[in-house]
Design a protein around this ligand. Structure first.
Ligand code: NAD
Ligand code: DAU
Length: 332
């Protein structure tokens, strides 16, 4: 392998992966990104132009893919509409990008016989009770709840069918909630950090007992690279770092880290269909491929993330007002 096409490489996790690839390997990256509201070229600032090239475009553009795919050795497919709340108000772009876009991409990967890695989410498995001793594994049945997660589930199934029916050289990974630098301010952790910076009280959906299994974006990147290099074709790997926290605890930690009283937040209307708990068992990835997460201290990772948003206001400020205007419409 020499050159990797990274779709959605101007988004949160995709840009973290491109930085990781350039820092930790000799591989080169071609980023294909439509630059929707969630894409930000500033997230790729500082990367060497002889190692990373950027192409603005849609993954559903088959003509563009005919030009790009013959020039790369593998595709890592991050591009997606990624935000559950948006999918509840306007599902159409989720169908277009997550389903039609992924379909167009795997057809191109099949045509040019290019190695393909599909990035997906633990949300395809639905949710768990708070006291369920089981966590998600690769054999948990699919049971998605939202328009977002159902289109991601559909995209996984497309990839699986292309592996079986056409011999597509593909792997799939399903990861839990990521945090770290370059995350859009619509998402939970950056929204609350930037609210506190703006002297606005953080917003907790419902009672805040919902649990997410947090993993640092760098650990997600190292796992994806491990699967790309050593994963078995046709296999699915779950990625998680044993980071379960409920939302109330996360919001209180952010307030403490930022020097505010831990109770200085508001409860707001809950998300319709809000998944209660996600939890990943990543034994397969650890045992079969020898992967281990490096960021095991969530509190330390959160402190570094708070510092990143404090240091990088010019990166997030242009998106903040539009993100909050969307939430105002639902009272969240
Ligand atoms: P994001 O919204 O921050 O970034 C998505 C990127 O895709 C943006 O740069 C956007 O411009 C681009 N994009 C959207 N539609 C496109 C199209 N049609 N063609 C080309 N580019 C397009 O998302 P993220 O949080 O970085 O998530 C990336 C991937 O990881 C998604 O597939 C998501 O389902 C998956 N995932 C995310 C998480 C998480 O916690 N954020 C966890 C597990 C899996
Ligand atoms: O599990 C992986 C998924 O994690 C990814 O597939 C998605 O792309 C990603 O967006 C994320 O989905 P969530 O819906 O879990 O993330 P979000 O940041 O939107 O919300 C995290 C939790 O915080 C969730 O329980 C809702 C809650 N929340 C969110 C916001 C924005 C709040 O309580 N207040 C808020 O203001």
């Amino acid at each position: 392998m020499n050159t990797i096409l990274v779709t959605g490489g101007a988004g949160f996790i995709g840009s973290n992966f491109v930085h990781y690839l350039i820092r930790e390997t000799d591989l080169n990256a071609v980023v294909l990104d439509k630059l929707t509201y969630a894409g930000n070229l500033a997230s790729l600032k500082g990367l060497p132009s002889n190692r990373m090239t950027f192409m603005q475009g849609d993954i559903a553009d088959a003509t563009l893919l005919d030009d790009l795919l013959p020039k790369v050795d593998a595709v890592v497919h991050y591009a997606a509409e990624s935000h559950n709340d948006n999918s509840l108000h306007d599902p159409r772009p989720f169908v277009d990008t997550n389903l039609i876009g992924t379909y167009t991409l795997i057809e191109a990967a099949r045509k040019y016989d290019v190695r393909f890695h599909h990035i997906s989410t633990d949300e395809v498995y639905g949710d768990l009770e708070l006291d369920d001793p089981q966590r998600f594994t690769e054999t948990t049945p699919y049971n998605p709840s939202s328009p977002y997660s159902s289109t991601k589930a559909g995209s996984d199934l497309l990839v699986r069918a292309w592996v079986r029916s056409f011999g597509l050289r593909a792997t799939i990974s399903n990861c839990s909630n990521n945090y770290g630098p370059y995350q859009h301010v619509e998402k939970f952790i950056p929204r609350q950090i930037t609210n506190v910076m703006d002297s606005v009280r953080p917003r907790l959906y419902g009672q805040g007992l919902n649990v997410r299994d947090w993993i640092h974006a760098n650990d997600h990147s190292s796992a994806v690279l491990t699967i790309l290099e050593r994963g078995q074709l046709g296999e699915t790997y779950l990625i998680g770092a044993d980071g379960e926290q409920n939302n109330k605890t996360v919001i209180e930690s952010i307030l403490e880290i930022m020097g505010e009283p831990a109770e200085a937040y508001d409860h707001v209307v809950d998300r319709p269909g809000h998944d209660l708990r996600y939890a990943i068992d990543s034994t397969k990835l650890r045992t079969d491929l020898g992967w281990l997460p490096q960021y095991s201290d969530f509190r330390a990772g959160l402190e570094a993330t708070v510092q990143w948003y404090r240091d990088n206001e010019p990166w997030w400020r242009p998106q903040k007002a539009a993100a909050e205007a969307k939430y105002q419409m639902t009272g969240q």
